[in-house]
Design a protein around this ligand. Structure first.
Ligand SMILES: [Zn+2]
Length: 360
């Protein structure tokens, strides 16, 4: 995993300095939007501080580095909300304190990574405060949060704060082409689909971001799926996103082709595919967002579409479609995403979207 200056200049150079000086703060707060690279940076720091090669960069080959990359290191402890809408509870923080009261198994620097830290309830934050006031030996805490809202001032005052700024679309495409060995067109497609979300862009080019393979950085790592010894659950099968993106867009083309017969079965199968796991849903929605946007953009500025490999289809449908409900479809997808965020059943929201799409 490369993590160099083009990733997150300010935050990374600060982390590199921490490694060089071997002055590890008891607690770090990483803020930034989903996909901004906070978890990647946490893993980088954990590896750099424990690497058998002595650093300052992690070697990514030694026992410690490979265990951390594979989420198999017993001293890399992660906690987060049980699901993206729930709070992190005091019992979760007490479990961490029980672990950190003992010596690390093998790490020189043990890491406790709290994902979606802003979702700690008040009791949990007060319990954490105790741990931060009397820091356990050889242990550092990383709190990852979107911003500082929701965190007690007493917690904030004990953390060194690093903010992760997102890359612009163009910088993201350049980064993918330069550091992840993808051709320029694939880099542009992935960056255009992912917006400013580095982890999603990496998923789309077939590089699993940190956390569960194939899963974007947020929603954060659920509790119990961490690296604590003995609690590891098997990861779901990773999705080959470069191929899946092509397949998914091909299916969407079939559904909306002007002369196509109504394909209820395909519509419902797509809904089922996307709703089976967040690993499928989040990148799938990003692909769909870019696709429906392209349909509309093509009529105005064909050179600005994201899915350049489907140029001919966009050209064809823009010439042949009598009515062009492209904006309606974009609005329907937006509404579907809103429903998904507000706790609706993914399957029902997607069924509704796809059935509306074919009954036009
Ligand atoms: Zn190493």
């Amino acid at each position: 995993m490369s993590l160099d200056k083009t990733d997150r200049p300010a935050a990374i150079s600060e982390l590199a300095q921490i490694v060089r000086n071997k002055k590890i703060p008891n607690a770090l707060l990483f803020t930034g939007n989903p996909g901004a690279g906070r978890h990647r940076a946490a893993l980088w720091l954990a590896k750099a501080l424990n690497c058998a090669a002595g650093g300052p960069e992690p070697c990514n080959r030694c026992r410690s580095c490979t265990k951390i990359t594979g989420h198999l290191h017993p001293d890399m402890i992660r906690v987060g909300p049980a699901d993206s809408k729930k709070a992190i509870t005091i019992s979760q923080i007490r479990q961490i304190s029980a672990v950190t009261a003992t010596r690390p198994h093998e790490a020189a620097a043990r890491m406790v990574l709290i994902s979606s830290a802003h979702q700690m309830n008040l009791q949990a934050q007060n319990a954490l405060l105790k741990a931060l006031e009397e820091p356990p030996g050889n242990t550092f805490f990383i709190l990852a949060a979107r911003d500082t809202a929701g965190l007690l001032p007493t917690i904030l005052s004990r953390c060194r704060h690093l903010h992760f700024f997102p890359l612009t679309g163009r910088a993201l495409a350049a980064h993918l082409a330069e550091h992840w060995a993808v051709d320029e067109r694939s880099a542009r497609i992935a960056a255009g689909t992912a917006g400013t979300d580095l982890d999603l862009a990496l998923t789309l080019i077939g590089q699993a971001p940190p956390g569960t393979p194939g899963t974007p950085e947020d929603p954060d790592i659920p509790a119990g799926r961490g690296d604590q010894a003995g609690t590891r659950t098997p990861d779901p099968p990773a999705v080959d996103w470069p191929a899946t993106r092509t397949w998914l867009i091909g299916q969407l083309c079939t559904l909306i082709a002007p002369s196509a017969p109504r394909q209820t079965e395909t519509a419902l199968r797509l809904s089922m595919f996307l709703s089976q796991a967040p690993d499928f849903l989040n990148p799938g929605l990003a692909v769909m967002r870019a696709f429906f946007r392209d349909l509309w953009v093509f009529g105005h500025a064909p050179e600005k579409i994201v899915n350049l490999d489907f140029f001919d289809f966009f050209q064809d449908i823009n010439t042949r479609a009598n009515d062009r409900p492209f904006l309606t479809w974009m609005a329907d997808l937006h509404e579907t995403e809103r429903r998904l965020l507000s706790n609706s059943s993914a399957r029902m929201a997607l069924d509704r979207f796809f059935l509306k799409l074919i009954h036009r």
